[in-house]
Write a protein that binds this ligand. Sequence first.
Ligand code: AMP
Ligand code: TRP
Length: 344
Amino acid sequence: MAKELVFSGVQPTGNLHLGNYLGAIVNFVKLQDTHNCIYCVVDLHAITVWQDPAELTRNIREVTAAFIASGIDPKKHIVFNQSQVAEHAELAWVFNCVARLGWLNRMTQFKEKAGKDRENASVGLYAYPNLMAADILVYRATHVPVGEDQKQHLELSRDIAQKFNNDFSESIKVHGLGDKFFPLPEPLITGPATRVMSLRDGSKKMSKSDASDYSRINLSDDADAIAQKVRKAKTDPEPLPSEDEGLKTRPEADNLVGIYAALSGRSKPDVLREFGGGQFSGFKNSLVDLAVEKLGPIGAEMKKLSQDSAYVDEVLIDGANRARVIAGETMNHVKDIVGFIRGR
Ligand code: AMP
Ligand code: TRP
């Protein structure tokens, strides 16, 4: 059986928030103990929507700093930015020729991001999932920790891997590369909170692109900002329920209890046993203390790293050098499989 390998990516497009942390980064950190891991700052994905160049540079460093500050070890594992390893874009082109228009037409994220004016969306935004498949498969990674919103893209990656394996099955055999060249990557959508919602609207996910900064807790927020945002978070007039069941029709309450549970490593019923029947104000005070305790040190470390961009850049360059070795090997095989001519 192929060796297990973890790959995941985060876009450098703005403020990293609690959703990114609980939905993805916490799992990235945990998987380091059991797997070889590759964590990528996906700058090529970022430019599917126009980015201010200076801000993009800053954001690439900020996501890298968040990885390190959260406990990802860039020496034991690989941390790099996507554009430094050209094989991602190279394999994505091959996948553009494997994936079908009909598959991409079903992608809900494209529909959301393109909005009403679809004619004016970039071609890159449309082809985005093919590049994501290439990110994963250029390392032949087997496991991909992501939040709930990436499930459909992961399914597409599996479809692409499978179609490539089928379309080229003869050639894969001829080149002695087994019967299945690409593994079908498994999504890992687990962990404390796979879908954290906006603090202003319990029906919308917490997002980097929400116009209101009060909708999210940023990893770089200081204690005052965290306190203000939690206190202003939308709630309803009822006291907290004592049972999980009572959260069903109360999305804002459910979200805050879920955040508390995730940050404290407890279950929601357990949290409700402590806070059920009480008013939101008391619960919010406890949530502020907990969030500051857990996120404060990460924010502080990110701040420190923001003053040492030379170190952060060095991490990315070193990671890219190591990633390129693996990606280059896969790409050579792909060229042989497809029938291209290449030098040795
Ligand atoms: P992105 O910010 O879109 O690059 O997302 C980076 C990672 O965070 C992906 O694995 C997402 O699925 C995850 N993520 C983003 N927003 C949320 C959220 N509100 N709740 C849980 N996970 C999220
Ligand atoms: N599309 C992902 C997101 O928006 C980011 C991403 C790009 C990714 N390539 C990936 C995630 C590969 C996992 C694996 O969150």
